[in-house]
Design a binder for this molecule. Sequence first.
Ligand code: SF4
Length: 362
Amino acid sequence: MKTPLTAPPVLELENVSVLYSIRQGLFGARKPLTAVNEVSLSLARGEVLGVVGESGCGKSTLARILLGLEAPTTGRVTVDGEPIGAQNRRLLARRIQPIFQDPYSSLNPRKSIRDIVSLPLRVHRIGDSASQEKAVRDILDVVGLPSRVLNSYPNQMSGGQRQRVAIARALIMRPEIVICDEPTSALDVSVQSQILNLLADLRREFGLTYLFISHNLAVVEHLATRVAVMYLGRIVEEAPVDELFEQPRHPYTKALLASVLTPDPSLGIPETDLGAAYPNPIDPPSGCHFHPRCAQVMERCSRVAPRPLIADGRRIECHLYDTGGAAPGLPGSSLPKSNPAKSNPAKSNPAENASPHGAAAT
Ligand code: SF4
């Protein structure tokens, strides 16, 4: 059983939103698109926070913010309590490194593996050429690549080897935090497990902290200590990994878990109950953004956005669990373990006319 750590947060997001202005068609008017909508997350030192959701839910925008590649429109991102924007860019890059989704395009095809892996050391002027050469050989050994690949080029390597090169490049400066953005989704299934095992080993060996973004729940379950489920820019459920997989509460989390293929082909393609297609983020549904696809939708869901409920180390945004009691985040707002709506149909709530996160993505 993987137990989430209780160490102080090393990386924190507070009410972070990212808005883009998108033009629809050549002469169309610009419309706002909320890619990330008032997201609050914290990452404790040594833990693995998995962020899961469908394509277009804002996961990769979140990764770019955490890497300091993009500034949030509103909200605050801090590393060890210091705003990320106020930190020295070079020092930040030494502490936080990315591993991207596609090892085919994230490596420069014109550079040798030696040049690619040693680049961070040369950019940051760490050591002389002899010590850089030793560091490159050492890190290639750590990620399971022989030193004979030093003079090879990316197109001479397999997908798994290229991702190992990308991991070596990310780790050569011994970062504290690694942002993994779908690091295995471009790889064959057999290679995926090798890379996941490698990432788990490296975490233990170097005491790394991971933010692990994936659309694949099985991948997240393998590696994460805590999971945040994202839908249309918002975190709709967050819980320790064992609790989320054993007792999912949000209807979207349940649908995602139900959609995982079983190893038995005779069981066919699972029924997800997700019905309607993923909504257009430029024109998101009113109230709870998930309501057109929700199997447990209630009358008020299309009118009122659910408020965040936080208790027992879990967080959820769903009217099914909002008994209208204590304010969210305060003692006493304990989440009911069962689904109260089954025995307690939608009822009038004085908070219904207030939207806790506004007219999101409008
Ligand atoms: Fe479904 Fe309503 Fe909960 Fe949204 S708030 S997930 S529509 S039950």
